[in-house]
Design a protein around this ligand. Structure first.
Ligand SMILES: NC(=O)c1ccc[n+]([C@@H]2O[C@H](COP(=O)([O-])OP(=O)(O)OC[C@H]3O[C@@H](n4cnc5c(N)ncnc54)[C@H](O)[C@@H]3O)[C@@H](O)[C@H]2O)c1
Length: 320
């Protein structure tokens, strides 16, 4: 079936799915947005509520739909599944969410779907890899939101600390979107000025201890938000909006999405969040950015965590 470049679907209309739908409405990226949820009333209610905002936003059609409506979408965002409860890790969700993912992908692969799958449900890297294996689609068409959110958190905290606009801060969180993620300090810069030099310019140093504290704040951010309000959804909605922009507008944006690795960084048989060029076709290329020896070790350790989680899944063989 031919792909409608202005049509998207969101599967799972809980806090995250509904927030992403709201972000899509604000961005005016699509002409048609289809919402699906195991609870049909929820999808219908969200479509009705969002549609009320159309006169003050973009021109688009927002409906609660079925899997037949998903077949010609350019982008399908999957947010269905359990979220973390206070104290739970993302990897703790694997049992529940792999079953949900499988049931959704059975429906999608039964149709002639030619668009891009963007996995948001957690543990996002494990589910992205599973989605690639379960669908047999090329890896370019199966992405996870990865550490785009975490990278935004790092930029925001660093910007605050340095007293500059977070949009001028360039630094990546890579690895698992979860407890084993790492900050790539070696490449961090502010508008092209190396982080250390920039701190000197501002007359303010950031020592190893402060950097470590910033990293811990990023890594533990979801736990802190969930402890206070029960779930996280606005930050991820902004992050997914940015990924969708890169896809719909063919922007070739560089984002740390979760992607299936096939030898990059010496890793394969898993998906991990690393900087990549994202365009109309999804994943254009994974970028192997320079890493310090310490960062390389941390990335390998994060990859081992993913491999262990994947080993527990019952997945079909890799397509040659
Ligand atoms: N990747 C990220 O950065 C990130 C950030 C925040 C949350 N998340 C994840 O997003 C997921 C959703 O979180 P939430 O807070 O919206 O949860 P939620 O409980 O509010 O919503 C989940 C929704 O999924 C629906 N659902 C369940 N099974 C389904 C199925 N088979 N088909 C269609 N819909 C189904 C439920 O009815 C519910 O409406 C969680 O896994 C959470 O951990 C990811």
């Amino acid at each position: 079936m031919s792909v409608n470049p202005r049509k998207a679907a969101i599967i799972g209309c809980g806090s995250v799915g509904a927030s992403i739908a709201f972000r899509f409405l604000q961005l005016g990226l699509f002409s048609q947005l289809v919402l699906l949820d195991a609870n049909r009333d929820k999808a219908e209610g969200e479509a009705m509520d969002l549609s009320d905002g159309l006169p003050y936003g973009a021109s688009m059609e927002i409906t609660a739909g079925t899997y037949d409506d998903v077949a010609d979408c350019a982008l399908v965002v999957i947010t269905a599944g359990a979220n973390q409860k206070p104290g739970e890790t993302r990897l703790d969700l694997i049992g529940k969410n792999i079953a949900i993912l499988k049931s959704i992908l059975e429906q999608i692969t039964a149709r002639d779907f030619g668009g891009i799958l963007l996995i948001v449900s957690n543990p996002v890297d494990v589910l992205t890899y599973a989605a690639w294996r379960l669908t047999g689609y090329p890896r370019s068409r199966v992405l996870g939101s990865g550490t785009v959110l975490d990278t935004g958190r790092l930029k925001q905290l660093l910007g605050d600390k340095l007293g500059v606009d977070s949009r001028n801060v360039h630094a990546f969180i890579i690895g698992e979107h979860g407890d084993s993620e790492l900050a790539v300090w070696s490449g961090a810069n502010v508008s092209g000025v190396d982080l250390e030099d920039f701190c000197r310019l501002r007359g303010d140093g950031l020592g190893h201890k402060e950097l470590e504290e910033l990293y811990e704040q990023v890594r533990d951010s979801a736990y802190e938000i969930i402890r206070r309000k029960g779930a996280t959804y606005y930050g991820i909605a902004m992050a997914v909006g940015r990924i969708a922009q890169c896809i719909v507008r063919d922007e070739h944006g560089v984002l740390p999405v979760s992607a299936v690795l096939q030898g990059e960084y010496g890793l394969k048989g898993l998906a991990l969040s690393v900087p990549a060029v994202v365009d109309r076709g999804g994943l254009e290329e994974i970028l192997e950015i320079p890493l310090s020896q310490e960062e390389r070790w941390a990335l390998t350790a994060s990859a081992h965590q993913m491999e262990q989680a994947i080993a527990c899944l019952d997945l079909p063989g890799e397509k040659k």
